[in-house]
Every structure is written in C-alpha cells, then in structure tokens.
Design a protein around this ligand. Structure first.
Ligand SMILES: [Mn+2]
Length: 223
C-alpha cells in the first residue's frame, strides 16, 4: 500500500510540474536588500514583506528611526535601515533617500506583483490625530498628500520632510498613495498616525490574495 501511495504522489508531482519559465515570474522573493551610495548619503535597506514587525533603524535622524520602527511594527514587515547622510547640511537628503531606497526595496520584494491584494486602506488614530492611508500598488506612481501640519518642527525634525519621504517612497515603489489627515493638533501624533496608517494599508496591499493567480489587473500587468 505504502509503495503504491508513493508512486501515486510522484506521479501527481510530475503532472503538476510546469516549465520553469512559466512558474518563475509569479514567485516574487517577498524580500529585498537594497543599497544606494551617493556623495550625500549612503543607505541600506533590508525588507521582508512577510515579517513579524521587527524594525531596526539607524539613520542618524532619531525621529525618522522612530517612524520607521513604528512602520515595521504595524505593517508586520521585518525592516532594517541604516543610513549615513550629510546631516551637517540638513536632514533633507537623508530622509528623502531613505524613502527612495525603502521604495526600491518594496519594488524588488514585490517582483512582478503577481498574487498580491494590490489595494489597501487604513485609518489610524493617535489621541486627537487621525490619518487615513489609501494604497494601490499599481505600478503607477502618484502621491496625494493632504497632511497639513502647522508646526515646523517636532523636536529638531522638520515636519515638511514627511512629504518628501512619502513622495520618494511612492515614486520608487510604483504605487498610488493618498494620505489624508482627518484631524490632528500635535505634530508628533499626526506624523506617527500617518506612518501607522501607511503601514497597515501597505500590509494589506502587499499581502497575498489566495484566490488570485497572476496579477490583479485586467491589463495583465502591474509593472
Ligand atoms: Mn511616538
């Protein structure tokens, strides 16, 4: 009996086998390591989409580290970010380039984007602040940024840099992202609610859809 079963399984395996070329595009790595060096910054990002929320960020910009670790935690991504930038000039290059390299890591981890849910939406409160993130990992970059913050600084972090970070992330991931602040007063709360909403929306959108074979597009491509 056991021998027969073994033979049966082997045959089943054989009939299921498909040419490698047919299988390969659907098998995204779901993880990526990306490095980028310029005269202004040196950034490395290691990203695992199906993680447990382990975030470790050392960018030299403590508030950005706090946001990246929150993003990893609430998106259930494993994320390691290291950056050395020209902080003596300004935080701008470092914050923007971290967004860029994180976007490249998402792009690479998603591969041809087959099998993902593609859309995600989340609204997250933090005390008085409430922010909504709506994501379509479509392959087309568009950022709708409606997160007005009246204060210029959180500590010594320039609140305007969040927009630059999101633009770089959106462009490099190749996604449509709308961030809408519903309410908020404290800039730390507003920005943290924004990153958490982004995390939850991206967790959904990058998640696997078991009913799906191929990409979720009538065009047949999300790249
Ligand atoms: Mn906080």
């Amino acid at each position: 009996m056991q021998n027969k079963r073994k033979v049966g399984l082997q045959n089943q395996g054989k009939t299921r086998a498909r040419p490698v070329a047919e299988i390969a595009p659907a098998e995204a790595k779901r993880s990526a390591e990306v490095e980028r060096k310029t005269r202004e910054t040196s950034v490395t990002v290691a990203l695992k989409l199906d993680g447990t929320g382990l975030g470790e960020a050392k960018t030299g910009v403590p508030f950005l580290d706090h946001m990246l670790e929150s993003f990893a935690r609430h998106g259930f991504f494993d994320l390691k970010v290291e950056a050395k930038g020209d902080l003596h000039v300004d935080d701008h290059h470092t914050v923007e380039d971290v967004g860029m390299v994180l976007g490249r890591a998402f792009r690479e981890a998603l591969g041809d984007r087959a099998g993902i849910k593609r859309f995600g939406e989340a609204t997250v409160p933090l005390d008085e602040a409430v922010c909504t993130a709506i994501v379509d990992i479509s392959g087309r970059a568009y950022l709708g940024y409606n997160v007005p913050i009246s204060q210029e600084l959180v500590g010594n972090f320039q609140t305007a840099l969040v927009h630059d970070f999101m633009k770089a992330l959106t462009d490099e991931t190749g996604m449509n992202l709308h961030l809408n602040l519903v309410s908020g007063r404290n800039p730390h709360h507003i920005i943290e609610a924004t990153f958490k909403a982004l995390a939850r929306a991206m967790d959904q959108a990058t998640g696997r859809e078991p009913r799906l074979s191929g990409v979720l597009s009538t065009k047949g491509t999300l790249s």
